[in-house]
Design a protein around this ligand. Structure first.
Ligand SMILES: [Zn+2]
Length: 486
């Protein structure tokens, strides 16, 4: 997977490019020349991050697994809760990529490669990388880096970034090669400096300790990465290129840890299940089955038996051996595995056997028990649609939106439900809300315009669409004005 190794640093440089502070100034204030972190309002940071997210969500590597993402967010926000001063919200997401990498973007978006999750031997190790990334964000290292590099022209940086992304899906394009060269140049200038690394380690260690993880996780994980980097010099983890890891830095982490009382922190079941899910999906299904079976036979669980059986059930399902997969589900029930991830797997297995009623039954019970789990509610709506019960699916999404009004995926599901019900105005309206929540205002407006023309809504629904359209058009105007400022 050579191309991945190439592509990732490009993406990283793009993200840094997006981080260029547009140097917004309040009217009436003198121009101080150089931009500073204070020039980038939190709203603008968020906007820049959302721009980049729009591209990332369309990337083939986008995993979009609500269970993996929910887990990463729980872990990330447990760490972020320990930030001193003004709290900031983070959005973490997984990319399907076996290279070791994680990266932070302005606005608190943090991407984690599946390869990095699988390489973490303990939850504290994974937490230590996330704590380090979160600290880059809270210390505004990206913005400070951009200032130093003198890449001031926001418009050209954004254009370059978009071109690089466009070239990613078509690497042969000449423009791609040219842009890649430029982006690599920026990349070289924008690697985090040793000072930033030290600061992110120091602050990250604090977050790690206060949120109850084993602070040795950081030393262990970075130590292993360094060893790996030495072994495979040209193939060193991408992470090491953007986060230079020196012996000095490792010694610094070691010094901070020294003398602390040893703390055994057990891994959460969720961490183990997420790893098993990712492992079961990797490589050939047959190899995954063999690996989980041998772990089970050796009783080498490196975690819990539940996670190994869960991984085996997933790998067996993937290999098409549905009865054997069902057997593992029975074992999990016998072992009293309490996790929404076991329920969604059991339902998925029912659906594979065309038992939509069985899947709906499992997911209904799971939804009653774990109403906060996004994977469960999405699965339930999906199963209801497959069982040709769109009206019931609509009731579930409407109920759930009361608790989660900014869940973009729920609106995408609603658009599918309304399509099944043959309600076109409502379908476009739901799709518009999905786009609006993802920061795709232009497309949201298009959908509402289509909704206006659908002609199958009540007078009340029509005027709702008109009002929302006015609102979003105004928001788009404001954003255009903001983007022009320099
Ligand atoms: Zn770093």
């Amino acid at each position: 997977m050579k191309s991945r190794l190439l592509v990732r640093p490009l993406l990283f440089s793009l993200l840094l490019a997006f981080a260029a502070p547009p140097s917004l100034r309040a009217e009436g204030l003198p121009d101080l020349g150089e931009t500073s972190q204070a020039d980038l309002s939190p709203a603008m940071e968020r906007r820049v991050g959302e721009e980049a997210m729009n591209e990332i969500r369309r990337d083939p590597a986008w995993l979009g697994d609500p269970e993996v993402n929910a887990y990463l967010n729980r872990l990330g926000n447990r760490l972020a809760a320990q930030i001193e001063g003004s709290p900031q919200s983070f959005e973490l997401f997984a990319l399907h990529d076996m290279t070791l990498n994680a990266f932070a973007m302005p606005g608190g978006f943090i991407g984690v490669h599946t390869g990095l999750i699988l390489a973490a031997e303990t939850e504290s190790e994974l937490a230590s990388v996330l704590a380090h990334e979160i600290s880059h964000v809270t210390q505004h290292h990206l913005a400070r880096l951009i200032n130093k590099s003198g890449q001031g022209q926001v418009a050209s940086l954004v254009a370059l970034a978009v071109a690089v992304l466009a070239a990613r899906s078509n690497p042969d394009a000449a423009v791609g090669v040219a842009m890649a060269g430029q982006a690599a140049g920026i990349q070289n200038q924008l690697n985090y400096s040793r000072d930033f690394e030290r600061e992110a380690d120091r602050i990250g260690l604090g977050l790690l300790e206060r949120s109850g993880y084993d602070i040795r996780g950081m030393e262990n994980f970075f130590g292993r990465m360094q060893k790996f980097g030495r072994l495979y010099e040209s193939n060193a983890p991408v992470y090491l290129r953007t986060h230079p890891l020196t012996t000095e830095r490792l010694a610094d982490i070691g010094n901070r840890i020294q003398g602390r009382r040893y703390k055994q922190v057990p891994d959460s079941l969720e961490f183990q299940l997420v790893k098993a899910k990712l492992r079961a999906a990797e490589g050939s299904a047959q190899d995954a089955v063999i690996e989980f079976k041998s772990r089970l036979a050796d009783r080498k669980f490196s975690g819990s038996e539940l996670a190994v059986r869960y991984g085996l059930a997933r790998a067996l399902m993937r290999s098409g051996n549905l009865p054997a997969s069902e057997q593992q589900i029975d074992e999990l029930r016998r072992l009293k595995a309490h996790s929404p991830m076991v329920e969604t797997l059991a339902a998925e297995l029912r659906l594979k056997q065309n038992d939509t009623a069985g899947a709906v039954k499992i997911l209904r019970a799971a939804y009653a028990q774990y109403p906060q789990e996004r994977g469960v509610v999405y699965g339930l709506v999906d199963a209801l649609l497959m069982a040709h019960q769109p009206a019931e699916a609509l009731r579930v999404t409407n109920d759930d939106l009361l608790s989660y009004p900014s869940d973009a995926t729920l609106y995408a599901l609603q658009a599918r439900i309304y399509a099944a019900l043959g309600q076109r105005l409502q379908q476009h309206r739901a799709q518009a809300e999905n786009y609006a929540l993802e920061g795709r205002l232009g497309e949201a407006i298009e959908q509402l315009e289509l909704g206006q023309k659908a002609g199958d809504g009540s007078f009340y629904e029509q005027s709702q669409v008109d009002a929302r359209l006015r609102e979003l058009r105004q928001r788009l105007e404001e954003e255009k004005k903001l983007a022009k400022q320099k």
